[in-house]
Design a protein around this ligand. Sequence first.
Ligand code: ADP
Ligand code: F6P
Length: 568
Amino acid sequence: MEAVMCRSEEPQDKLNALRQTRREETVLTGRKAADRLAPDESGLRLPASLAACGRAARSGGDASTLRLVIVSNRVADPDQDGQAGGLAVALDEIFRVRRGLWFGWSGQVRRDADARPARNRRAENVDLVTLDLTPREYQDCYLGYANRCLWPILHYRTDLVEFRHSYAEAYQAVNRRFAEALGPLLREDDLIWVHDYHLIPLARELRRLGYRQRIGFFLHVPFPPKEVFASLPGYEEILSALVAYDLLGFQTETDKACFLSTMERLVGARQDGHGQIDAFGQSVQVGVFPVGIDVDGFAELATSPKARHHVERLLGALQDRDLIIGVDRLDYTKGLSHRFAAYRSLLERVPEWRNKVSLLQIAPLSRQELGPYTVTREELDRLSGEINGVFADLDWTPIRYHVKPLARSTLAALFRASRVGLVTPLRDGMNLVAKEFVAAQDPADPGVLVLSRFAGAAEGMKEALIVNPHDVDGTADAINQALTMPLDERLARHDALLQRLRKQDAQAWHRAFIDRLAAGKPASSAFPLEADAPAPITAALCNGSQPTSYRDRETPSNDQLLDQEYEA
Ligand code: ADP
Ligand code: F6P
């Protein structure tokens, strides 16, 4: 499955077919939608599998029988293969083995989005229910607050934060709208699992509306030290929204420790020493749940004849040169410029590798409306051009750089064909590519992973060659070490990595979180129900209308926005 957000240059007929399917989707709204999703109450018919799922939920069973409701900004698109973004990939794995409801943004932007009902679509194990965003919501909430404020702060990049009051207001308002649309679809004993920084206030909004189900939150990206987090204007609001959950999950011990010290030092939270903190008159459980992948499934993809067929042309062009690969969304956090510089340093300092290796960088475009992303893209164009300009030979292209999404099987086969995998972000929540690279290797002749110490994955992948991406010569040395590593050392490192990946795979991740959520404290009945009170952030931030961003960019006017109808 793949995210609805169409990034690829889809063949026109496939896009048309997809649009036709969308036109045929059942349009559901409010109470009607709830009826349709709770078939045995309404008498409506559902496939037997889904009806059984509903019965199990109401029988009050354990975590494995309760209905799981996932809420995330991105929702997978069952019609597409290959999507860039760890969140949708990870969540897709859950619904391979479990039934439930997946609620989120459709990936589409429409003028009348706030007046349109949610759309419902059924795919194998899951009911996909999605909302569109209005152009204003897309600009101010998704691009504005989520990706101009939270994303850079959470990745330690305070220099890139562009904060405006209108962004914070839109963020709260979109979360409120999501809660209002989701609420009527919920059953009493659902387990609700909200994902990532776009939706932090969702639990509080659901509680305001009176929903008492257990609600967990998982942050896919890092949580920074308190000094960094404190530079987010109105940070108290985000912290108080987090304690409305029953369970908070982080990718690494470092993220959890940063969160706990932020809570303690910035808002006076108290810890009980057993993973619970109390703040704002509420308590929340906190845990570490590193996201994993489907190890065997990915390994199978890597060896499928179809995948092999897709990469044969590239392998032919390599003419027995060693392939070094990087696969990342084109994001400033991924350290791509540093990586290109490290590759250049390798070719300069170890000239024996000239004409003997080739770097393939797959970097699907992401959030191109945002300045730092277009700057990164221009920089990569320039750096790759320079490297090819300086080192290329008639029969050798030192670096190939593509910005298209690929089918997952093609990616898997490319990983397997590579001698070295470069995963060198400046900061990353986990990084699934690091895990996919290891899973895809031939266990009898594995390639070597060069991994940034600043990727969450580094906490559990010590047998990779761990680098500091800011040290470009050091990274070049590690690439050299990887290219020259003897087979017995490669086997030992790969075997250890693979064993750990299997223990912490996709299923272990979601089971650990859901079991803890189901077992945890019941939703606080003492939660203040101030249905009509404004969210504190909005009030706090509206005292004064000056933008507080150091970079005061023009945002589109309402009229400009109304003229746009995106299919993002
Ligand atoms: P992030 O969530 O920040 O994008 P991750 O490394 O955790 O980073 O996840 C990226 C996911 O997207 C991986 O599963 C990877 O295989 C997938 N992916 C990255 N690039 C592409 C691409 N060009 N085509 C298809 N899938 C991609
Ligand atoms: O994994 C981090 C993440 O931000 C996900 O939440 C998101 O789906 C993915 O990266 C891709 O980003 P976007 O949804 O903005 O395209």
